[in-house]
Design a protein around this ligand. Structure first.
Ligand code: NAX
Length: 328
């Protein structure tokens, strides 16, 4: 029998956690042959709620679920972790400045980075979902000097999936016809969904759309502001779709991306495409043998360059801000 994989999930009692845990436990994260042990991290006052979710997980009698442990101490929660999904974060509340937000999240992601450094398994892979995701990932990574930097990633897969769906809708095709779309930059309103290299049934998608007005005034803002539109409609932020994207990201990272396509993930920049080395920025990526690789050699025209640069500039500002706060 296979050794169970330890999956640590923070913010386990939150709404994304609730959508995520059942899918992990049912085998959708790592495949139908891989048993998992869940290690849930919550703040003390939400431990009870996490226990309730654990009761429901028990009640599913998932064959692949080999155990659930609940913690309010990061050191324990990340002990032996092979995969860590950092979902819990401090949301921006009214009157909160960006500096306050970054500082509050520094108080979460610094100790979690330290705990990962101290106790996670050698093959640890970290996905940060909690916002501001890219910069939270940078903070955690800065406090895990013994873990290869490339193991810290942030989620732009939800943006990617949103963009695929919007583009398929515009062209009247199934999502399976769309490939090679890219989200560049920060998981924020400055992100840039790029269709210039995307394909629809093997043909260039930008040419198939042939409508720069739609691209600029509809597609890009619809993708970038989709989170706000969901809140407006649902009265709560994206949860099941965010959990779905987290599953997609980790599954592709561990099991590989399909031949002939790529996806989007925020990973540590090696300087590709003019993105300063060390920033955790979204790129076109493939996963081979358990590692993300940036797709190289794409031509970036002036329209795309301007938008990539703007989002990357924001990432640089966030990095400078957390540096000034002593968080990295
Ligand atoms: P919820 O507020 O429902 O849940 C968050 C949970 O995290 C709470 O149960 C809270 O007790 C817990 N938590 C807080 N601090 C913690 C800590 N130090 N250790 C462990 N747990 C802690 O939020 P939810 O809707 O689940 O969203 C979670 C995060 O995902 C938010 O930061 C949100 O902004 C972010 N998102 C990121 C997305 C992305 O694409 N990267 C999309 C969806 C989502 O908006």
């Amino acid at each position: 029998a296979q050794v169970p994989v330890n999956v640590t999930v923070t913010g386990a009692a939150g709404q994304i956690g609730y959508a995520l845990l059942f899918r992990i436990a049912s085998g959708q994260l790592l495949g139908p042959d891989t048993p998992v042990r869940l290690r849930l991290l919550e703040i003390p006052k939400a431990v009870k709620a996490a226990e309730g979710t654990a009761m429901e997980l028990d009640d599913c009698a998932f064959p692949l679920l080999h155990g659930i442990d609940i913690f309010d101490d990061p050191r324990q929660a990340f002990e032996g972790a092979n995969v860590a999904l950092l979902v819990g974060a401090r949301p921006r509340t009214e009157g909160m400045e960006r500096g306050d937000l970054l500082e509050a999240n520094g108080g979460i992601f610094k100790p979690q980075g330290e705990a990962i450094n101290a106790g996670a398994a050698d093959d640890i892979r970290v996905l940060v979902v909690g916002n501001p995701a890219n910069t939270n990932a940078l903070i955690a990574q800065a406090h895990a000097p013994d873990v290869p930097a490339e193991r810290f990633t942030a989620m732009t897969r939800l943006d990617h999936n949103r963009a695929v769906s919007q583009l398929a809708g515009k062209l009247g095709v199934q999502v399976t016809e769309i490939s090679k779309l890219t989200i560049w930059g920060n998981h924020s309103a400055t992100q840039y969904p790029d269709i210039f290299h995307a394909e629809v049934a093997g043909k260039n998608a930008a040419e198939a759309v042939n409508d720069e007005g739609w691209l600029r005034d509809t597609f890009i803002p619809t993708v970038a502001k989709r989170g706000a539109a969901i809140i407006k409609a649902r009265g709560a932020s994206s949860a099941a779709s965010a959990a779905n994207a987290a599953i997609d990201h980790v599954r592709d990272w561990v099991l590989g991306t399909p031949e002939g396509d790529w996806t989007s993930a925020a990973i540590v920049s090696d300087g590709s495409y003019g993105v300063p080395e060390g920033l955790i920025s979204s790129f076109p990526v493939v996963s081979r043998e358990g590692r993300w690789e940036i797709v190289q050699g794409l031509e970036i025209d002036a329209f795309s360059r301007e938008r990539i640069d703007a989002s990357v500039r924001e990432l640089g500002e966030e990095r400078d801000a957390v540096r000034a706060l002593g968080l990295i």
